[in-house]
Design a protein around this ligand. Structure first.
Ligand code: G3H
Ligand code: 13P
Ligand code: ZN
Length: 309
């Protein structure tokens, strides 16, 4: 099966009340862990690559890794650009074989966000490629964007219909209080569920995307710290909130940080227990297994997409 776009996957997800994981890929072991998990529980899958990850792993290698995955599994896989900051990077990914892109012009003024998104949509749709855009901004750090909490803006529901109609975009990421990275909430999670519900009401049948949706499991933070790490404890997005959102209009949920924590906690443990280990397979192998486990958990217990491939 070739790589697929996301439109048909979202249609089914919306109708049947589940979400598809947008899992971030940085290297071969991460990709294998994610793909093995999705295949094991027969879930559709979105592999996503940020600008920073694309620079790190290199476009051509990522394409070949995705193609290799498709040769060994029989589930639908989307290869998606995460947080493309302008038309040029979206075009480059489309020309290079990605089947979906995100144009994230959310930090620009509304009219400019519409203009840039529309430009990407026109180029992408002529080539059968899906487009995600963002309205409202999340706080947090990515390689390309660093938004301070005070500069983050929750999505204004009054703008969503106009934005979707004007751009022709296929899915929309909205900001309801989640943020990127491991330090989302000092105390209890504060999420504006009413805002999500209002956006969903105003866009009937339309797929909504949630970014910054790692749950930052306490056991993984503890494991990092038990074996020499120094991560401040923090709260992530509660999984039961994500489970409910998946049953409604949210069709894609982005998870990167939890995979990073699983990988790092595992590698720290291996090195702490075997300080003389220097065979990369002996720490990257267990890290790949840990990624497979956490992705399986998300698919089965949070997203509800198991058995939907
Ligand atoms: O949206 C953020 C993702 O976690 C990607 O992060 O830019 O560090 O690759 P990155
Ligand atoms: P987390 O940092 O919460 O995993 O969010 C990832 C994300 O939104 C990627 O686009
Ligand atoms: Zn994101």
């Amino acid at each position: 099966m070739p790589l697929v776009g996301s439109q048909d996957l979202f249609k089914k997800a919306y109708a049947e009340g589940y979400a598809i994981g947008g899992f971030n890929v940085n290297n071969m072991e991460i990709l294998q862990g994610i793909v093995d998990a999705a295949q094991e529980v027969r879930s559709p899958l979105i592999l996503q690559v940020s600008a920073g990850a694309r620079k790190y792993a290199r476009h051509e290698y990522l394409m070949k890794l995705a193609e290799a995955a498709l040769q060994t599994v029989d589930i639908p896989i989307v290869l998606h650009l995460d947080h493309g900051e302008d038309f040029e990077i979206c075009k480059s990914c489309i020309d290079g074989g990605f089947t979906s892109v995100m144009i994230d012009a959310s930090s620009r003024p509304f009219e400019e966000n519409i203009r840039e998104t529309k430009r990407v949509v026109e180029y992408a749709h002529e080539r059968g490629i899906s487009v995600e855009a963002e309205l409202g901004t999340l706080a947090g750090i990515e390689d390309a964007v660093n938004v301070k909490a005070e500069d983050a803006n929750l999505t204004n529901p009054d703008q969503v219909k106009e934005f979707v109609d004007a751009t022709g975009v296929d899915s929309l990421a909205i900001a309801i209080g989640t943020s990127h990275g491991a330090y989302k909430f000092k105390g209890e999670a504060k999420l504006d569920i009413a805002r999500l519900e209002r956006c969903a009401q105003l866009l009937p049948g339309f797929p909504i995307v949630l970014h910054g949706s790692s749950s930052v499991p306490e056991n993984l933070v503890q494991q990092c710290n038990q074996y020499g790490g120094n991560l401040p404890g923090a709260k992530g997005v509660p999984e039961d909130m994500l489970r409910k959102a998946s049953q409604g209009a949210v069709c894609k949920i982005n998870i990167d940080t939890d995979l990073r924590l699983a990988m790092t906690a595992t590698i720290r443990k291996v090195f702490a227990e075997k300080p003389s280990e220097f065979d990369p397979r002996k720490y990257l192998g267990p890290a790949r297994d840990a990624i497979q486990e956490i992705v399986k958990h998300k698919i089965v217990n949070v997203l509800g997409s198991a058995g939907k491939a």
